[in-house]
Design a protein around this ligand. Structure first.
Ligand SMILES: *Cc1c(COP(=O)(O)O)cnc(C)c1O
Length: 432
């Protein structure tokens, strides 16, 4: 299968190139040339299949031409060593819990798949590949854990000193093996600038092989379609209209849902649930897309002012605003509304949302119509945001799962750098 750029200004590429390059040469995002539908028999049998089996069928539609069937099956099965349970929180509203992976956030699915796909492509060469990733918190942990122990790959996580939460820091500084954490005395933007400088450094690139594990990479993006099918499989009553509510930042998750719908998943519509960063909400209302700098909220993984995957949505619908609005509606909530929802749901049902999931839940509570079933994506475990959540539901009410406790026990190891490129370059130049 070939991949084209959303900017339509560069030749189509193979899957291997799309994955190793990440971004197209004309700065567009890669899209698969075809989105194939799954056969009726798949939907008839889906309830008797597990997450791995369902995902393998979906994966074959994208990657089947380019990866031997047995290899692809191994990649899918090794990626999905955990399930995505569907929990009824209140009448007709279900939580799709995507936080059962190693770092307790949905990004585990894409990061683990990408690590294995990259390793497959690079396995043919004998050279070590260095993955550079700048993080403000969650991406670094998902990518580091996704690549942990994968042969032929070393990961270098750059993060801003003192600006990530304790649990986030522990999740990428305690791993050892092929993961190195670089603590930068600066901001997240400084970290990103260092990575960008390395990618523009031709002399460096002639010496070592570097690649990025950015969230726009098709190998991280496409696997996010898997769990929409898994959610559907778990629904007992499949005769009702189904609405997915997606707490959105860069819109990778929601766009993957749109792909699932194109593949035949009977979704009635999607809700783009935003915090105060309401750029897409405004686009849906007005047809005008005006990105602007992000504002900080308590659902901080959604603090995005220019969602990178929006280009994919426009391309998928050929810029037809009306067609987009037929499939996607929007909501936007303040921090106070997020707190209010998180508290109310905890009080009335005992279910503990995280701030991002709370945005998705509230959208269903307000938008769901009679006779519809609503599923919101619970994108992270509440214990990843202990301070914020305990401030809402009370101290001691956010139990930390064993998996996260284990990270906290590890010893932090990091290398300290200034935000000056020269010292970072010297570090890279020593690598093989
Ligand atoms: C990354 C992230 C999001 C936003 O997902 P997008 O695919 O960027 O829209 C939402 N919630 C959490 C917890 C995240 O880490």
């Amino acid at each position: 299968m070939k991949y084209y750029s959303t900017n339509h200004n560069t030749p189509d590429v193979t899957l291997e190139l799309a994955v190793t390059q990440g971004l197209a040469a004309d700065r567009g995002l890669f899209m698969p040339e075809r989105i194939e539908t799954l056969p009726e028999s798949f939907f008839r049998d889906i309830s008797s299949m597990n997450f791995q089996e369902i995902s393998f069928e979906v994966a074959k539609k994208f990657f089947g031409e380019d990866i031997p069937e047995y290899t692809l099956q191994k990649i899918v099965f090794n990626t999905l060593t955990f399930d995505t349970p569907l929990i009824e929180v209140s009448k007709d509203i279900y939580s799709l819990e995507l936080f059962h992976g190693p770092t307790s956030a949905f990004k585990d699915v894409g990061a683990r798949f990408m690590a294995r796909l990259l390793s497959h492509f690079l396995g043919k060469e004998k050279k070590m590949v260095h993955v550079l990733v700048a993080t403000s918190g969650d991406t670094g942990s998902a990518v580091a854990n996704g690549f942990l122990g994968v042969p032929g790959i070393k990961v270098h996580v750059l993060y801003p000193k003192g600006k990530v939460s304790d649990i986030q820091e522990k999740q990428f500084t305690t791993l050892g093996q092929n993961i190195t954490a670089l603590e930068i005395d600066g901001t997240f933007d400084d970290c990103q600038a260092l990575v960008k400088s390395a990618f523009m450094d031709e002399a460096l690139k002639s010496k070592i092989t570097i690649t990025s594990a950015n969230s726009i990479n098709v190998a991280r993006f496409l696997p996010q379609a898997f769990y929409y099918f898994n959610a559907w499989a778990k629904l007992e009553d499949k005769s009702r209209k189904v609405v997915f509510s997606v707490p959105s930042g860069n819109f990778g998750n929601l766009t993957a849902g749109l792909f699932a719908k194109r593949m035949g998943l009977p979704v009635s519509n999607f809700i783009a649930a935003n915090n105060l960063n309401d750029i897409v909400f405004n686009y849906l209302k007005s047809g005008i897309y005006s990105p602007r700098p992000s504002v900080s909220t308590i659902a901080n993984a959604m603090d995005v002012g220019d969602p990178s995957n929006f280009a994919r949505i426009l391309d998928l619908y050929k810029n037809d605003h009306q067609a987009i609005c037929a499939d996607i509606t929007g909501t936007t909530y303040t921090d106070d509304q997020i707190r209010e929802t998180l508290f109310a749901v905890y009080k009335s049902t005992g279910y503990l949302l995280d701030p991002h999931g709370a945005v998705g839940y509230r959208a269903l509570e307000e938008e769901l119509k009679e006779g519809e079933t609503g599923i919101f994506l619970e994108t992270a475990h509440p214990a990843k945001f202990t301070e914020t959540v305990e401030a809402i539901v009370g101290n001691g009410n956010v139990p930390m799962p064993q998996k996260l406790q284990n990270f906290m026990k590890g010893e932090k190891l990091s290398l300290e750098f200034t935000s000056d490129y020269a010292s970072f370059r010297a570090y890279l130049n020593e690598l093989e």
